[in-house]
Write a new protein. Structure first.
Length: 348
């Protein structure tokens, strides 16, 4: 790859700390904000972004008005549209001022020029290969271990990825998403334990507008094996990758992977042609609890009812999720539900 696309340590050190990868990527954002007009303008706008909070009891959904995200929310991801535009993640097509940090000679860590959060990274594979998590899950684990200050996420090719033709992850600073702060409550009070031993724990959560399965472990091989098993149990359409979004973080020497099975790329609200249209295209950020709306009118008019409808349409229904849980139970012995453990403990 062109050496000029890799920022040198000397240049990076002019803008902040560079002692480890966490510091380097944060400094990279500062450098790009300073030297790249588009990035500088859009990161400056982040401080003026409007937010609203919708309370659903044991969890919340945060809506964000972010006009610059129209490129992603309304991106055409059909095969014809993809074939007719240059890949904006290929190194040779990056803007001249955009530079990145090389990771394992396989990925280029870049500043996302259209951020949702104050520090927002795109981590693209050097090779132009399709967006497909199979064969790349170990990369997600390795990146999250090295970027321990960040939550990494993966958007499936029909689940929010605006570049389904070029493999990439994204990353934001930890605790940017509501689910990260709500996870412990969800795990202790609203989850079903699907499998647990001394190495790993797998739980399922339904009472959350969207359902998910989470795998927690300090063993890289164990978590990769369990993910592959769950992945193969998920429904796929036309031999394509099962629809899903993934969040991954590494903390206290453990990985926590959250898998959101999906039913649709976009809800019916996106396609309406009347005053009830809402331009929203849920991806991993939305599944994590931040609903990004590029239209101010949509941001002002959306209600709890519509939020429930949006999540209800794009996530798999109870029957599909129940079948996924059943298949997981069949593969592994199933202990009692976490709520049963809590009841027994409280009764002692």
């Amino acid at each position: 790859m062109p050496i000029e696309k890799i920022i040198s340590p000397d240049e990076l050190s002019l803008y902040g700390k560079v002692d480890n990868l966490n510091e380097q990527v944060k400094t990279l954002v500062a450098q790009q904000k300073s030297t790249w007009e588009t990035a500088g303008r859009n990161y400056e706008a982040i401080v003026r972004i409007q937010n609203r909070i919708f309370d659903f009891g044991h969890f919340r959904i945060e809506t964000q008005f972010n006009a610059e995200r129209i490129r992603s929310s309304a991106a055409k991801t059909d095969a014809k549209s993809i074939s007719e535009r240059p890949c904006f993640l290929c190194v040779e097509n990056l803007p001249a001022v955009q530079k990145g940090i090389l990771f394992k000679k396989k990925f280029l860590i870049l500043t996302n020029p259209f951020p949702i959060f104050p520090v927002h990274l795109t981590i693209s594979k050097l090779e132009h290969t399709p967006q497909e998590i199979s064969g790349h899950f170990s990369d997600l684990l390795e990146l999250s271990r090295n970027l321990s200050d960040f939550t990494l996420f993966y958007n499936g090719p029909q689940c929010g990825a605006s570049a389904p033709d070029h493999f990439h992850f994204q990353a934001v600073i930890k605790d940017s998403l509501p689910i990260e702060n709500e996870f412990n409550t969800l795990e202790s009070q609203f989850s079903e334990i699907l499998f647990q031993n001394e190495k790993i724990k797998i739980i399922a959560v339904e009472n959350y507008l969207r359902c998910f399965i989470s795998i927690i472990s300090d063993d890289k091989n164990e978590i990769a094996e369990k993910f592959e098993s769950i992945y193969k149990s998920m429904e796929s359409k036309n031999d394509e990758e099962p629809m899903l979004n993934i969040l991954c973080g590494f903390q206290d020497e453990k990985w926590r992977v959250i898998i959101f099975p999906r039913e649709k790329q976009r809800p019916s609200h996106f396609f309406r042609t009347d005053e009830k249209q809402l331009l929203v295209s849920p991806a991993a950020v939305e599944m994590g609890g931040v609903l990004v709306l590029p239209g101010e009118e949509d941001f002002l008019k959306i209600t709890k009812k519509e939020i429930e409808e949006i999540y209800g349409e794009v996530t798999v229904n109870q029957d599909v999720f129940a079948e996924l849980i059943k298949l997981t139970h069949q593969r592994y012995p199933s202990p009692k539900r976490s709520v049963d453990y809590e009841t027994e403990t409280n009764g002692k």
